[in-house]
Design a protein around this ligand. Structure first.
Ligand code: ADP
Ligand code: MG
Length: 566
């Protein structure tokens, strides 16, 4: 039996909940559903987004509504049209076995006449944005002076969006005898004031830490030059072929700009910003919901109330000024038990702000490296091969075309044929990434940090396909690394030169860059192949060669030193 039963919901609602696949109540639902069913006390519900607040108030509300009476019994106010529609849809789902319940969404940016007509027919629950709701109240079409339940959903967002006056005006016309439920992710002074003015000794229910990001969201950041932001975004999209997410930009212009470029570059992306007409917005949202669009590029305002689950990524094209905004953004992924990644493309001076966010969220941000061309091409290639391998082949449908196709491709052998198929899809990436530069900025360390690191360097172990047979020795190898990296002070650890290949250690901070710079390197007419290996460099004997440095000299036979200092 579904453990929602303990909350006191009736059979019709329990059936709906089971149909929707909810197995057990979320923490806030567990607390709030019995409270609404059994008392008429005002409640403040504080919980981050994605904790199931809609069902928390929606289910018990449906149970308490008197279906016989078709006058407006409950008003639900929320910040955006998107959210109005979402809540209305959710309530209809919850009431699918209840029968006779009517719920109506009213919001601005849409023709008011149909909304007026529907209201005249009578409805039990109205879900509205503050502006349009007040308009309908003033026209005397919507009467809220007899409601029994008032719900303020995402109260902090409503106030952020400048609905304070409208909210006060609406609240003034509601009866004093009613149950008021206020939901908010945060509790700023403005929200507190509304609660003080319009609620009676509210019971405060919190679920989880009210001000933190979801547990199943990972926070990653990349450090690039401001001018490389777009290139970095593309690589992030390329290395995640199944990405489904929102890219947050600061301004409308930036939103348009990024979206236009992505579309031109062949990505499934589009923009959502305040300049679009309502019909355009709806169209974009519909495509995003259906996953025809993989990337939605949006401003914070335009993205408010977008309630799409299963987003794999949130991308902060810039860090927002307000840390709370970061929380809202990242809270749009990792919902309903799914995991998600919130990515920030930052520049080198934003380290302190990342630390601030870490403190606020109570979680480490992972510094990631923008992948290099080779890595991306490999990932896309295997993604493609995977698709080819797993695609469903409908023999009956393609049968009639196959003889002609076989005939046309007859001259190609199996391997050739595979190469051709791969190239069709792949040439775009190969070409684009042919000479792709490294976009990562390795932050300059302060002198003291440098010293600290030198004493305790975290090394990556690198394999290189060149050994003594080709004349390689440690000093040549160091020279080769310095030349390729364009730097002479990179900590290099143990070096182990074998006949046909060698191993060496390099400060892990530089390993990705190393892979990139060696990508197309040639040594004595041989293409260089380098790979990161786990584990330590093996030394062939106790009397391993050691390198002190300098200017390309090395001494052998001395006692092993930990690393080469140069
Ligand atoms: P909030 O309003 O707190 O941000 P929502 O009410 O929009 O969150 O719910 C987030 C998602 O979780 C929705 O997709 C909803 O269908 C789902 N959900 C809600 N309650 C449950 C539950 N008990 N079990 C599983 N999923 C749930
Ligand atoms: Mg909600």
């Amino acid at each position: 039996m579904n453990i929602f039963k303990n909350t006191g919901l009736n059979n019709e609602l329990l059936r709906a909940v089971t149909t929707l696949g909810f197995e057990k109540p979320t923490p806030i639902q567990e607390k709030i559903i019995p409270e609404i069913l059994n008392s008429s006390r005002d409640i403040i519900g504080l919980a981050q987004t994605g904790t199931g607040k809609t069902a928390g108030f929606g289910l018990p509300l449906i149970q308490k509504i008197n279906i016989e009476d078709r006058s407006v019994q409950s008003l639900i106010l929320c910040p955006t049209r998107e959210l109005c529609m979402q809540i209305t849809e959710d309530i209809n789902n919850y009431a699918q076995f209840t029968g006779g319940l009517s719920v109506l969404a009213v919001y601005g940016g849409a023709n008011i006449s149909p909304q007026i007509q529907s209201l005249r027919k009578g409805t039990h629950i109205v879900v509205g944005t503050p502006g349009r709701t007040l308009d309908l109240i003033r026209r005397n079409i919507l009467k809220v002076n007899r409601i029994s339940w008032l719900i303020l959903d995402e109260a902090d967002e409503m106030l952020n969006m400048g609905f304070k006056e409208d909210l006060n005006a609406i609240l003034e016309t509601t009866p004093s005898e009613k149950q008021t439920l206020l939901f908010s992710a945060t509790m700023p002074a403005d929200v507190r004031r509304i609660a003080e003015n319009y609620m009676k000794q509210p019971l405060e229910i919190t679920a989880g830490k009210k001000n933190t990001g979801a547990d199943n969201v990972e926070h990653h950041y990349y450090v690039v030059k401001a001018s490389d932001r777009y290139a970095a975004l593309k690589r992030i999209a390329d290395i995640n072929p199944m990405i489904y997410g929102i890219v947050f930009c600061r301004t409308r212009n930036e939103t348009k700009d990024v979206a236009d470029k992505l579309i031109q570059d062949g990505y499934n992306a589009d923009a959502l910003h305040g300049e679009l007409s309502q019909a355009q917005r709806d169209h974009v949202m519909q495509r995003f919901r259906k996953r025809t669009l993989q990337l939605l590029i949006a401003t914070d305002v335009a993205a408010r109330g977008i309630d799409v689950n299963e987003l794999t990524h949130i991308i902060n094209y810039n860090l927002p000024d307000d840390p709370e905004v970061y929380l809202h953004r990242s809270g749009r992924t990792g919902r309903a038990g799914k995991s998600g990644i919130s990515i920030t493309i930052s520049h080198s001076r934003e380290g302190r702000r990342i630390r601030e966010l870490e403190n606020l969220i109570g979680k480490k941000f992972l510094h990631k490296m923008i992948p290099g061309g080779r890595e991306i091409c490999k990932k896309r290639l295997f993604n493609l091969i995977d698709k080819v391998e797993n695609v469903e082949v409908d023999e009956s449908k393609i049968e009639s075309f196959m003889p002609a196709i076989y005939k046309k491709l007859e001259w190609l052998g199996r391997e050739e044929l595979i190469k051709h198929f791969v190239s069709v899809e792949f040439n775009r990436f190969l070409e684009y990434y042919k000479n792709a530069p490294n976009l990562n900025i390795v932050p300059d360390k302060t002198a003291s940090e440098k010293r600290k690191r030198n004493g305790n360097t975290d090394y990556a172990n690198i394999y290189i396909n060149i050994g003594s047979k080709k004349g390689m020795n440690p000093s040549n190898l160091i020279g080769l690394i310095n030349e390729a990296m364009g730097k002479r002070d990179i900590p290099i650890g143990k070096i182990d030169v074998q006949r046909n290949f060698s191993f060496f250690e390099i400060d892990r901070t530089y390993d990705q860059k190393l892979l990139e710079v060696f990508d197309r390197a040639v040594y004595e007419d041989q293409a260089v192949v380098v790979e990161i290996k786990n584990g330590q460099v093996k030394s062939s004997s106790g009397k391993r060669k050691t390198h002190t440095n300098g200017n390309g000299n090395y001494r052998s036979g001395t006692r092993t030193r930990k690393r080469i200092k140069r």
